[in-house]
Every structure is written in structure tokens, then in C-alpha cells.
Design a protein around this ligand. Structure first.
Ligand SMILES: C[S@@+](CC[C@H](N)C(=O)[O-])C[C@H]1O[C@@H](n2cnc3c(N)ncnc32)[C@H](O)[C@@H]1O
Length: 264
């Protein structure tokens, strides 16, 4: 299904947090940074026989890493029309495709993928849409195909309903997009519900806007560029500072999760 979402072009007062960060020069828009991405790719161990589908490639940082490992084919499924177009222009080729569609209705053929993955795209969906996206991953995979996610998880497992609601409301407010993080057990449950097994989980600190993580993810030059843009762009700066304050306030209950599993 073709979608015409272009959230990436909204102004910095209204755009979802990840596009504000991108506007300031941030490339890595995910909770566990490149550290978690490396873990995810290591676990999925993509080879040049693999047909890979990535949900929500965004600015294509992980897409580039996968493409550099020369998979048999790569298909990115991106909801944002403009983002999908840019990916097509920058990275597209005969075996490298980017489709503008919602992951839950990708329109791709069933059972034709060996690996499906997605980073920082399920947490921003309501639970029912999470379920549909994970079920779509299962539909695209051949039997015993591999699926991997990198998202935000709530800790501890018995977190109170009050704190969970406070986090959901607080994060959604500052990110200007729904944020529905799950506990580790709930993520595992969603995957198992959709027929996945051998679920392997690794937690990585959620330090997205912390200076050391910024340097680790963007490099020194990227971090300096980000900082200089923060000085120049006041609306975006206010958004980032508000997001960071909120992430720090909820830090005891937030972690990044990398989960990999196999289609049953
Ligand atoms: C936080 S960014 C993450 C981008 C990239 N995966 C990364 O980790 O840097 C979220 C991305 O998900 C895309 N997106 C959100 N919901 C989607 C859906 N249902 N189907 C496909 N793409 C979606 C957005 O357009 C955006 O590119």
C-alpha cells in the first residue's frame, strides 16, 4: 500500500523527535546506538546468500552496513515517502530496493526473505500495530528465517502501571509521537505469539543523547557538527534539551533491547 506520510519535513517545533535529531545532523536514531546495531547484525549473521528485508531504514545507516556485506538482495520498507525516495536515490540498485509502504502491509511476497529486521520502529507503534508488523515479518520469512529487533524496553519486569503510564505520556509528549515501550517479557511474548522461537535477548544502555554515546555513534566530527547546529538552531535545540531531560528522568526504567529469533 502506498503511503504519503512526510513527517520528516515538519518544522522542528512539531516534527517527531527523530527527525529533529536528523535535522541537527544525527544519523543514528535508535535507543542502543551503533553498539546495539552491531550486536543485532552479529546475531543475524547476514551472508551473501541471504535475502534481507529491513523495516523502517530511516537514514540508511544500518542499510549501508548490510549492503556492504553483499546480501543476495536487500529491500527496505519505509513509511515516509521523502525518506524512501532519498534512500532509493542514494543506495538503490538492481538488488537493492526501497519501497514506500507501512511495514504492517509491506506488499512484499510471502516466504521470500531469509532475514527481516527493524530498529527503533516498533516502540513508536500501538501494541496492535506492533503485533501486525511482527506478524508481517513472519509472513515474509521462509521457515527457519531470522528476525531481529532493536527497541526500547521498560525495566523492571514488574514495573508499576503508574510509572509505565508516566513514561508513555512523558516520552510521547516530548517526542511528538506515540511511544509505547514494553517490558522484556512483553517483547518476548509478542515475538512468540507471532510464531517465533529461539528468542535471544540482549540489553544495552539507553543513552541516545548522552555526549559519550553521541561521539560513539556519530564520531568526533559528527558530534561537533551536531553541537554547532544545536547552537544555531534554537527550536531544535529546545526540543533536544527537553528530550534529554525526559530520557534522564526515566533512565532507571529504560533500556535498549536487541532481540533475535527464528521463524517456527
Ligand atoms: C526512529 S526512526 C529509526 C530509523 C532507523 N531504523 C534507525 O534506527 O536509525 C523511525 C523510522 O521508522 C519509520 N516508520 C515508522 N513507522 C513505520 C511503519 N509502520 N512502516 C515503515 N516505516 C515506519 C519512520 O518513517 C522512520 O524512518
Amino acid at each position: 500500500m502506498h503511503t504519503a506520510t512526510v513527517q520528516s519535513s515538519l518544522d522542528s517545533r512539531h516534527a517527531p523527535g527523530h527527525w529533529v535529531l536528523a535535522r541537527l545532523g544525527k544519523r543514528v536514531l535508535r535507543p542502543g546506538g551503533l553498539e546495539a546495531t552491531s550486536l543485532l547484525l552479529e546475531r543475524l549473521s547476514i551472508s551473501n546468500n541471504d535475502r534481507v528485508v529491513e523495516f523502517a531504514p530511516g537514514l540508511g545507516i544500518t542499510a549501508r552496513r548490510i549492503i556492504d556485506s553483499h546480501p543476495a538482495s536487500y529491500t527496505g520498507v519505509e513509511r515516509d515517502e521523502e525518506v524512501a525516495r532519498k534512500l532509493r536515490v542514494n543506495l538503490g540498485s538492481e538488488s537493492i530496493r526501497f519501497v514506500n509502504a507501512c511495514a504492517q502491509e509491506s506488499g512484499l511476497e510471502a516466504g521470500r526473505a531469509d532475514v527481516v529486521l527493524g530498529e527503533a520502529m516498533l516502540t513508536m507503534q500501538p501494541v496492535e500495530t506492533k503485533r501486525k508488523i511482527i506478524a508481517e515479518a513472519a509472513r515474509l520469512l521462509r521457515p527457519a528465517g531470522r528476525y531481529g529487533i532493536h527497541e526500547i524496553a521498560l525495566v523492571p519486569e514488574d514495573i508499576s502501571a503508574e510509572i509505565r503510564q508516566e513514561i508513555r505520556a512523558g516520552m510521547s509528549k516530548v517526542i511528538h509521537h506515540g511511544v509505547t515501550a514494553q517490558t522484556v517479557g512483553e517483547w518476548e511474548g509478542l515475538l512468540a505469539e507471532c510464531g517465533f522461537k529461539d528468542i535471544h535477548v540482549k540489553l544495552v544502555p539507553f543513552r541516545l543523547l548522552e555526549p559519550t554515546r553521541l561521539i560513539a555513534d556519530e564520531g568526533i566530527c559528527g558530534a561537533v557538527r551536531f553541537a554547532m547546529n544545536m547552537v544555531r538552531m534554537s527550536e531544535a535545540r529546545e526540543r533536544v534539551l527537553t528530550m534529554r531531560r525526559t530520557f534522564r528522568r526515566f533512565a532507571p526504567h529504560l533500556t535498549a533491547i536487541v532481540a533475535t529469533c527464528t521463524k517456527g
